[in-house]
Design a protein around this ligand. Structure first.
Ligand SMILES: CCCCCCCC/C=C\CCCCCCCC(=O)NCC(=O)O
Length: 578
């Protein structure tokens, strides 16, 4: 009897050990597979880098010539390509050389496009009318499809699935004579304001290599900030164009949903239609940004994607001289802007007043509710499955671990944490953030949730109309670029951007100032009553010299007014400096 029992126990234990062994072996095998895929991808990318390096050796541009070309403003470069003073091949070689050099420091490029030189050579032979972007090298976020290359968003699941065609916007750009010359890095899943993934690794901020360039369009912002590209394109479902532009001192425009085609761009949340990602241009200067937007609004674009309303660039709005009434704010009621970001808004207010506009304080309604219940409630409505399902068996980048964790916890734990956390830390909002991470239970609840978003949109619009506003200025993020790997801890600082994805208002970011020693000293008075605020303050202590931007927001489909406001702000800022 004893023997039988012992045999049963041994048999059971052996069985369990066997299952564990098989399971571990299975996991190990899967990981090896992932590593193999990543390896083959890096070999493929290295081949592209080597090819371009070899091509560059055949060119004969001196360092001085390269530097002269990349220093040209957008308008000067555009003019010289249009009148033939500069050849497309020469400009491409200069940008390739400069970008590859900057990339050694920043790791912003996922792969150079080997087709670029052929395009440039053809353009130089062309005799007819030149396109609006004739010969302008353009960088593009990795999430835009390029024919016969993978689009991965840093997720190994997407390796080895070359795309059948170029994204619609890439076709429009090529039709206007632009030369897509590099693809740029993104964070794994594209759902964080950092720029790191296991395939292409981590991108750094050109102003301070210990800081993040932001994300998810972080490769773009790093390259533009380093002057290694002149215009580029990205996407934004929660600030991914605006926040990296702010962190790296460049210009970015998040458009209204359906102003520009997203055909052939990757987003992991396309089935979720309440808050959708949009695409938009980024640039080194404002003229570049305006042209990078304007050039897309063509018949070809509307033909390639008939769901886009055929609204061409409205010069009458952009050129209007009518004085504007603009609202401003520097707190969302949870994460107030740090002194540098507050100063940037106040400086812009002064600049706009100097240009003859009226700027008044605006208090957007219930911004914390909009962030926790509505924005997070929506993007995490499926408890993050859209994202986690594509990450099964993948290597998870350390920068997104903390954001991913709540999606892995059972709801009763999340509920318990959402009760306990506010008691222990006095941070009630964080309790709501955890609740939002529990997802939405039923289709009925999802419908009701959609109604709440609709009601909030009405409430926000009423507040806007009560003040009779044409536009709003505010920070894009509560602080300047945080240190690498720390964004998950201060993700709420992005509410300043996320809210305009919820509302579907267009927003542009322009660089306004840099963090000064006084800004850092003024952090003494920054509140520290929650963990998030303590970290915002701590991460801002070593931020002197980092760029600081301001966000300009208008009502849906008013991109031209956003651009006008950015222009007026920039002119006003220059006027104040004189
Ligand atoms: C990593 C897996 C789970 C996703 C975690 C999402 C957690 C939600 C928390 C924070 C709010 C979202 C931050 C938004 C970051 C910017 C995203 C963006 O604009 N992406 C562009 C795009 O997807 O095209």
């Amino acid at each position: 009897m004893e023997n039988i029992k012992r045999q049963q126990v041994l048999g059971f234990t052996g069985g369990v050990l066997f299952v564990i062994l098989i399971n571990n072996f299975w996991r190990w095998k899967k990981k090896q597979n992932v590593l193999k895929k990543i390896k083959s991808k890096s070999v493929e990318c290295k081949r592209a880098f080597d090819y371009v390096v070899e091509q560059l050796k055949k060119g004969n541009l001196s360092e001085d010539e390269v530097s002269q070309i990349v220093q040209l403003s957008f308008n000067d470069l555009h003019q010289q390509l249009q009148d033939g003073t500069l050849k497309a091949v020469t400009v491409l070689q200069a940008y390739q050389a400069f970008a590859l050099k900057a990339n050694e420091r920043l790791n912003a490029i996922t792969e150079p496009l080997v087709t670029a030189m052929d395009i440039a050579e053809k353009l130089d032979k062309q005799t007819g009318k030149k396109g609006l972007l004739h010969g302008i090298p353009v960088s593009v976020k990795e999430s835009f499809d390029i024919k016969s290359l993978d689009t991965t968003a840093g997720i190994s699941h997407f390796i080895g699935k070359p795309r059948p065609d170029d994204a619609a916007l890439i076709k429009v750009l090529k039709d206007e004579g632009a030369i897509p010359f590099v693809r740029t890095n993104i964070p794994q899943t594209m759902m964080i304001y950092e720029c790191s993934n296991p395939i292409y690794k981590e991108t750094l901020n050109p102003y301070d290599l210990t800081k993040t360039p932001g994300g998810s369009t972080g490769g773009e912002s790093a390259l533009l900030g380093a002057k290694a590209s002149i215009i580029g394109y990205g996407s934004d479902i929660g600030g991914s164009i605006r926040v990296p532009s702010h962190f790296c001192g460049c210009y970015g425009l998040k458009t209204t949903l359906e102003r520009l085609s997203r055909k052939g761009t990757l987003s992991l949340s396309k089935g979720q239609m309440q808050v959708s990602g949009t695409v938009g241009p980024m640039a080194r200067d404002l003229d570049g940004l305006i042209m990078a937007f304007k050039v897309l609004l063509t018949d070809l674009h509307f033909e390639l994607d008939p769901s886009i309303p055929p609204i061409k660039f409205r010069d009458e709005i952009y050129n209007s001289k009518q004085s504007l009434k603009i609202g401003y704010y520097v707190t969302d009621g949870y994460t107030p802007a740090v002194p540098s970001c507050r100063r940037a808004v106040m400086l812009t207010k002064k600049a706009l007043e100097a240009m003859g506009h009226t700027v008044v304080e605006f208090k957007p309604p219930r911004m914390v509710y909009a962030y926790t219940k509505l924005y997070l409630g929506t993007v995490m409505g499926d408890k993050g499955k859209n994202y986690t399902s594509k990450l099964k068996g993948d290597i998870i980048d350390p920068t997104i671990w903390k954001l991913m964790l709540p999606s892995k916890l059972p709801n009763f734990i999340l509920r318990m944490m959402s009760w306990l956390y506010p008691i222990l830390t006095k941070d009630k909002v964080f309790g709501d953030i955890l609740k939002a991470r529990m997802g939405i239970n039923s289709v009925h609840d999802w419908f009701n949730h959609a109604l709440k978003i609709q009601a909030y949109k009405e409430e926000f619009l009423s507040a806007w109309r009560r003040e009779d506003l044409d536009a709003v200025i505010c920070p894009p993020f509560a602080m300047a670029a945080p240190p690498l790997g720390k964004v998950a801890d201060v993700i709420s600082a992005g509410n300043y951007s996320m809210i305009y994805n919820l509302l579907n208002y267009p927003g542009g970011v322009l660089p306004v100032t840099k963090v000064t020693a006084d800004d850092v000293n003024d952090l003494d008075n920054y509140p520290t009553n929650t963990r998030t605020l303590k970290l915002v303050k701590q991460f801002s202590m070593k931020s002197e010299g980092l760029p600081v931007g301001v966000q300009c927001v208008c009502l849906p489909f008013n991109e031209e007014l956003v651009l006008r406001l950015m222009r007026e702000a920039e002119n006003g800022l220059n006027k104040l400096q004189d």
